[in-house]
Design a protein around this ligand. Structure first.
Ligand code: FAD
Length: 519
């Protein structure tokens, strides 16, 4: 055996550099399903199923080409971790070399080459061509910067790639149509929404669903509506469906929320992108073409391109620049445990309940639910960053650490002290009221900070401002927000802070670590 080509669950890229010189006569592919990847954080059933089903589809496609794939299915080997499974197979197969695309996760990028070293097999790494920007490109852009801002990175990459450019200028005369991306629905709600194209499980996927339901029965999540795209053809069909039916209103309603409506105008493409079933260039080009053909307005297309070419590449660059230290960031000194209801959705707060139940059931929530409902609650409460990071990594079908970690620790929790965003995403219940219909059916009032009907977001918001006054009150980007604190009468503020303390104590008393990740 010349090359054993190692393929991880999030490397299902048919055009991977690891296959460039693949010779079926002398080379073989190696893939393994291991329990540790599902249990190191308490993964939801949909998340586990997405990975296993897409891996098996990839395996079968390679085998149909006549390639040898040494595939270790979950229930067919005794090894708990990827490292143990690899070590056992290296001893048995004795390849001259293990070939792999650089793992997307810092932990595996250390441990897998180490296993090869220990077993005396050469490890050769190839670049991940899936992304627009590799670590060296990001490093060149970052230079000596200590703080990193999406807007600057995004403009640089858009110019370099010539995306939505008119010579040296952005099309439409503006880099950013963010102001047109903050619409909410009126009282009548979103009306008839275009249902996203569904991909009902085939026989192979049904086998995976049965396996997950038995083997991971105690994990949260439902599998009955499982319909994610699992191979490149399905991923392209999902892209096409989004471009046709949802992209035109994506921009306007990007930040809006509506009770019981998980998808709205979002693309649902993060899974296909993160598993590398879909090339981000193809996604960006399809959106740009829709604008060129007059099918979608610029604020929708620019807003979407900003997410895929901007945020997605930006967070990956930051991940590799800042790991492993990123994981230990806790600039705001947050030490509270994660409330138990994050694992059950069992809370009276309507917005939080909707976002949590949907997350746990489907493994999906859109960006504003993640940032301004779930992340916001943890930020205001002061949850230990590591605990909220592990929760986010466990629950979403699209959760892979390089994208989850910077979004959680940097963007939503400000744990990096502002290296990634210029101010904390702190808001009261009134923001949620403006962007959704949740408050209408909730027993709490977003404009009340004390008393039995006080919205916990609003109570905790004022408490957050007070707790972090020294840090933010004189900072040019945050001073304005903190001036409101100075206008609160001191007795009122004292009452708010008492209520916040009681809330924190009650939530901490109810937190049940046994539901949390098993580390
Ligand atoms: P759309 O709203 O349709 O957006 C289109 C695409 O843009 C997405 O598919 C995604 O690939 C990309 N994108 C959008 N926002 C971001 C972002 N902030 N960072 C990187 N890419 C982005 N995304 C993940 O893929 N995995 C995660 O584990 C993850 N965790 C998150 C945790 C928090 C606290 C926050 C605030 C955001 C997180 N995101 C994560 C980013 C974003 O919320 C999801 O990518 C998005 O909700 C996926 O749904 P969609 O495909 O319908 O996205």
């Amino acid at each position: 055996l010349r090359h054993l080509v190692l393929v991880l669950g999030d490397q299902l890229d048919r055009g991977s550099a690891a296959f460039d010189d693949f010779d079926p006569a002398t080379d073989a592919v190696w893939m393994a399903e291991v329990a540790h990847e599902a249990t190191q954080v308490w993964s939801t059933q949909p998340r586990i199923a997405v990975f296993l089903a897409a891996m098996r589809a990839f395996r079968d496609e390679l085998r149909a080409r006549g390639w040898t794939v040494h595939y270790r299915a979950l229930d067919e080997h005794p090894h708990p971790t990827l490292e143990a499974a690899l070590a056992a197979d290296l001893a048995a197969l004795r390849p001259a070399k293990v070939l792999a695309v650089k793992p997307g996760e810092w932990r595996l990028a250390q441990s897998l080459p180490a296993i090869c070293r220990e077993t005396g097999v050469a490890w050769a790494e190839r670049p991940d061509r899936h992304f627009y920007c590799d670590a060296d490109d990001f490093e060149a852009w970052a230079g000596k910067r200590r703080e990193f801002r999406l807007e600057l990175f995004y403009r640089w990459l858009r110019k370099r790639e010539g995306v939505l450019m008119d010579g040296k200028e952005p099309v439409g005369g503006q880099w950013n149509f963010d102001a047109a991306n903050r619409g909410s629905f009126d009282r009548r709600g979103p009306g008839l929404l275009p249902a996203p194209r569904a991909f009902p499980p085939d026989e192979r996927t049904r086998g995976v669903l049965a396996l997950v339901a038995t083997r991971f029965a105690s994990h949260p999540g439902r599998l009955d509506g499982f319909d994610w795209p699992l191979d490149p053809a399905q991923a392209r069909a999902a892209l096409d469906d989004f471009i046709r039916h949802r992209l035109p209103l994506f921009g306007r309603y990007q930040d809006a929320m509506w009770e019981g409506e998980p998808w709205l105008y979002h693309s649902r493409l993060s899974v296909a992108l993160n598993l590398k079933l879909l090339d981000p260039r193809e996604v960006v080009q399809a959106a740009v073409r829709a604008w060129e053909q007059g099918h979608a307005p610029i604020e929708a297309v620019e807003g979407f391109v900003r997410q895929v070419l901007g945020w997605r590449e930006f967070v990956r660059g930051l991940y590799w620049k800042r790991m492993p230290g990123f994981l230990d960031d806790n600039a705001l000194g947050a030490e509270e445990p994660l409330p138990a209801f994050f694992w059950t959705g069992d809370t009276d707060l309507a917005c939080l309940r909707d976002a949590l139940r949907q997350t746990l059931d489907l493994g999906y929530a859109h960006h504003i639910q993640r940032l301004m409902v779930l992340g916001l609650f943890a930020l205001l409460l002061g949850v230990r960053p590591r605990a909220i990071h592990e929760w986010f990594l466990a629950v979403y079908v699209d959760a892979v650490e390089w994208v989850e970690l910077p979004n959680v620790l940097g963007m939503s929790q400000y744990a990096d002290g502002g290296r990634m965003v210029s101010k904390p995403y702190a808001a009261s219940g009134k923001y949620i009221q403006r962007m959704s219909n949740h408050c209408a059916g909730c027993r709490f009032r977003p404009d009340e900070a004390t008393g039995p009907r006080a919205c916990p977001y609003t109570t905790l918001y004022w408490d957050f401002l007070a707790r972090h006054e020294a840090r933010f009150a004189r900072h040019p980007r945050t001073a304005l927000q903190w001036t409101h604190l100075g206008r609160k009468p001191s007795e009122e503020l004292a009452a708010i802070r008492r209520q916040a303390t009681e809330l924190r104590a009650a939530l901490a008393a109810g937190s049940r670590p046994e539901h949390g990740p098993k580390r």
